[in-house]
Write a protein that binds this ligand. Structure first.
Ligand SMILES: Cc1ncc(COP(=O)(O)O)c(C=O)c1O
Length: 382
């Protein structure tokens, strides 16, 4: 099987990730932060280690500002529902995943105003367009770092610095970029960073989190879930301290043990090297596919704005049918359709059928990419 669905979830994981989870489950799987016995402390140490590795990766100075949640979606919901109130204005882009668009839509129903600035035909958003859309009521800018439809890389540093100059909060959806594109929350002026553990960080599903920067007033950021945090049990309100305020209930500690190993692996390889490897595979894919008759590839023409997501369509083919043949006849795993980002599909002109999406990962080889191009060639030639 050739796995080109790394945009949905990376696979395989490094051996160290499997080993870390197995070791945790067998030897340390007491409840982290809930008891003072040796095994509970060992479990808590594993969670602390995951926090530390994530903080190292994103250049986060205070480890406790990393809050673990079950997914990027969960982290984005915490940021958006926690922060926004009726009357607030949000500026965002048409390239957002439903993990952002649907919470915003729900918030619109309760009086939050949302402006989506246009993107270029390949999904790039000019930071100046974000600036031009600001109003006195704007509270937040939300931007997808890398599109899961086109792979387009946004200039988050320019957007973040602009937001900071204007005293606004900046939320980045790093679902496709965490572990693949360098992110520095200080230099990029990010206040809130939502990340999944199961994609570029090479951890398991059920992990992810939100970085909450020092400019965010945590009294004003309402928790998404309320419950036990292992301390201050006499209080009937959540603790004010990070990360406990946003981590009610038992964490997915076995997953976080795997996530720590995944992030360590990313740090050992180096994000720049990972990006270079995945970009070169994606460029090879894009070039090979674009040369096929009737095939259209939707990567950005500027190489600096491309990452490891390659979407394409073939004349006369529905993406779903193409994906089914790739899977059933060639053993190639990919994703087809709208990729949970309908406005991104509208932006590049592929709504409502969407695209076929190939996403190479760190473990993808050139031979696999060439086999995928050859499979596409045979299908469209048939
Ligand atoms: C851009 C983007 N945002 C958010 C998400 C949601 O991530 P998760 O599956 O961790 O909730 C995805 C997942 O594909 C994504 O690609």
């Amino acid at each position: 099987m050739i796995y080109l669905d790394n945009g949905a979830t990376t696979w395989p994981k490094p051996e160290s990730v499997y080993r870390a989870m197995d070791d945790f489950a067998r030897h340390r799987a007491a409840n982290p932060g809930r008891g003072a016995h040796a095994m509970a402390l060992a479990a808590a140490a594993a969670v602390d280690d995951a926090r530390l590795q994530v903080a190292r990766l994103f250049h986060i100075a205070e480890t406790q500002r990393v809050v673990f949640r079950a997914s990027a979606t969960d982290a984005l919901n915490l940021a958006l529902f926690g922060l926004l109130r009726p009357g607030d204005h949000v500026v965002t882009s048409p390239m957002e995943h439903n993990a952002v668009s649907r919470p915003l839509r729900a918030l619109q129903d309760s009086g939050v105003r949302v402006t989506r600035v246009p993107a270029d035909p390949f999904g790039w958003v000019d930071p100046q367009a974000l600036a031009d859309a600001l109003t006195p009521a704007t509270r937040l800018i939300v931007l997808n770092h890398v599109s899961n439809v086109t792979g387009t890389l946004q200039d988050i540093r320019a957007a973040g610095r602009m937001a900071r100059e204007r005293g606004l909060l900046f939320l980045v959806d790093a679902a496709q970029s965490a572990g693949v594109v360098p992110i520095d929350v200080e230099a990029d002026a990010i206040d809130l960073l939502a990340f999944p553990g199961h994609k570029g960080l090479l951890g398991p599903m059920g992990t992810g989190g939100l970085y909450i920067g020092p400019r965010v007033d945590t009294d004003a950021l309402r928790p998404l879930s309320f419950g036990g945090t292992g301390g201050n049990s006499e209080e009937d309100v959540p603790p004010r301290t990070l990360p406990a305020r946003y981590e009610a209930g038992t964490l997915n500690a076995v997953g976080l043990a795997g996530l720590a190993a995944g992030v360590r692996f990313v740090l050992e390889q180096g994000v720049e090297r990972i990006l270079a490897h995945e970009r070169s595979l994606a460029d090879r894919l894009a070039e090979g596919l674009a040369a096929l008759p009737g095939v259209r590839v939707y990567t950005h023409p500027d190489p600096a704005r491309r990452t490891a997501v390659v979407s394409f369509t073939a004349e006369g083919w529905e993406p779903g049918d193409l994906g089914a043949i790739l899977d059933q006849s060639f053993g190639i795993a990919c994703r087809t359709g709208l990729h949970c980002a309908p406005d991104a599909a509208r932006t590049i002109g592929v709504f409502p059928l969407g695209t076929v999406r190939f996403c190479p990962g760190w473990f993808t080889t050139e031979a696999e990419v060439d086999a995928a191009i050859e499979a596409a060639r045979r299908i469209v030639a048939a």
